[in-house]
Design a protein around this ligand. Structure first.
Ligand code: SF4
Length: 232
């Protein structure tokens, strides 16, 4: 099988399997750029359940930059307490809202460069905001799932770590029509099957398409065949 066909089958099988997996947190904010930006910033180094809890608590208090600026520091801090570094992130919430109102007319910018000028907003959050909030998919959001699984599947070099470079490498390999769904698909797949420490290779829908680069141990509960799941 050539690489084009392998990638096509990977995408189609994972897309079909994903119907049974829980949706990603940020899919709640599709078409809502302000919510996507704030929730994306809150999600840094934080588990998804905590991001959702914090974002929902905050948006219940205020769901526009203008309204959020009316909240006290204590209100913001209490709402987002479930996320890591919540005190810094509370400062970023206020800084983002202030800049949105004073410099961008309350509208979330539509370019990477302008978004990355906001305090607390790095490349990943900017790409995620454009994708989720505006449906702009000029790049692929690279998070830990996209990076890890890309390497195991042999789509990304094992020694590549910088998200923008992984994005460029994936864009070379994946047809453009796969870019919009790739991040969400990898997040779902990474939580359900291709887990960080114990990937469930024996139950994986793309087992026969995967070189399992760097995989040294697999999920014990589904590990039925000693020949399955070893690095190869
Ligand atoms: S075979 Fe294993 S390493 Fe490869 S994608 Fe599936 S779960 Fe991940």
């Amino acid at each position: 099988m050539d690489e084009t066909e392998r990638i096509r089958q990977l995408y189609e099988r994972l897309t079909a399997a994903a119907q049974a997996w829980p949706p990603t947190a940020l899919s709640h904010y599709e078409g809502r750029p302000f919510q996507a930006l704030i929730a994306g910033m809150l999600s840094a180094q934080t588990r998804e359940e905590q991001t959702i809890a914090a974002a929902q608590a905050l948006f219940a208090l205020a769901d526009t930059p203008e309204a959020m600026l009316q909240l006290s520091d204590e209100q913001i801090t209490a709402a987002i307490r479930p996320v890591s570094y919540y005190q810094n992130k509370a400062r970023f919430v206020r800084a983002i809202c202030r800049r949105l109102v004073t410099e961008d007319g309350g509208q979330v910018p539509r370019t990477l460069e302008r978004l990355m000028a906001y305090e607390g907003v790095g490349w990943k959050v900017a790409v995620l905001t454009l994708a989720t909030g505006y449906g702009i998919h000029d790049d692929i959001t690279v998070d830990v799932h996209v990076a890890r699984i890309g390497k195991r599947l042999g789509l990304v070099k094992p020694d590549m770590y910088a998200p923008p470079r992984i994005n460029e490498e994936l864009k070379q390999k994946l047809p453009r029509q796969y870019w919009p769904a790739w991040n969400g698909l990898m997040v779902q797949f990474g939580r359900a099957v291709c887990k960080p420490t114990y990937p469930q290779c024996a139950a994986c829908p793309v087992y026969d398409l995967c070189p399992r680069v760097g995989v040294v141990q697999t999920g014990p509960r589904t590990f039925k065949d000693a020949s399955i799941g070893q690095a190869g």
